[in-house]
Design a protein around this ligand. Structure first.
Ligand SMILES: [Zn+2]
Ligand SMILES: [Zn+2]
Length: 167
C-alpha cells in the first residue's frame, strides 16, 4: 500500500459517506505545482466547493481561483492574471479505473485541481494580438523601441529570405 502524502487539499468526508444526500461547503487554499513553458501558477490556489455525499462516493462542485504568471511568446513581457474555472469531480468509493477515489474516508483535491488548471494554461500566451515581438537581430522590443535596422542584414542569407516572405 502506498501512503498518500498529506496536503492541505486532503479533506475528511466520513460524515458525507454515512449520510448520502448531505451537502456542505468547503474552502481550501494551497500551492499547486502547475507550469508549462510560458505560463505557471504563481501563488496559492483558492478552491470553494460544495461537497455532496452519494451512496457510492462524494461529488465535489465549485470554483477554482488560481493566480497565473504569463510570458508573451513574442515580446517576453510578463504579467499576472487571475484564472477562475469551474470544477466538477466525482470521488468514487469503489475501486475503479480512471477515476478519483475516496480513500480512508478522505478525498484529495490536489490532483483534480492540478488537472483542471493544466487544461486551461495557455500553450501560447500573447500580451496582445498586435504584439510586434522582438527584433531577431538585436532583441529590441519592437512595440516600444522600433529597431532602425542592421547593416549586416544585407549580407545575411536571411535578408534574402526576408524579401521573399510577405510582411
Ligand atoms: Zn507581447
Ligand atoms: Zn534590431
Amino acid at each position: 500500500m502506498i501512503l498518500a502524502m498529506s496536503s492541505g487539499f486532503v479533506l475528511d468526508v466520513g460524515d458525507l459517506l454515512t449520510h448520502p444526500g448531505r451537502t456542505r461547503p468547503v474552502e481550501v487554499a494551497g500551492p499547486i505545482d502547475a507550469a508549462i513553458e510560458h505560463a505557471r501558477v504563481a501563488g496559492p490556489v483558492v478552491v470553494r466547493l460544495r461537497l455532496e455525499g452519494l451512496t457510492d462516493g462524494v461529488f465535489a462542485k465549485g470554483v477554482i481561483e488560481a493566480p497565473i504568471h504569463l510570458v508573451c511568446n513574442r515580446c517576453l513581457t510578463e504579467w499576472d492574471e487571475e484564472l477562475v474555472l469551474e470544477m466538477k469531480q466525482l470521488f468514487a468509493r469503489d475501486l475503479a479505473e480512471d477515476i478519483y477515489r475516496v480513500e480512508d474516508q478522505s478525498i484529495d483535491l490536489e490532483n483534480p485541481i492540478r488537472d483542471e488548471v493544466f487544461l486551461v494554461l495557455p500553450l501560447v500566451s500573447i500580451c496582445r494580438e498586435s504584439c510586434l515581438g522582438l527584433c531577431a537581430t538585436c532583441g529590441a522590443d519592437l512595440n516600444t523601441s522600433p529597431c532602425q535596422g542592421h547593416d549586416e542584414e544585407e549580407a545575411s542569407p536571411f535578408a534574402l529570405l526576408k524579401d521573399l516572405l510577405p510582411d
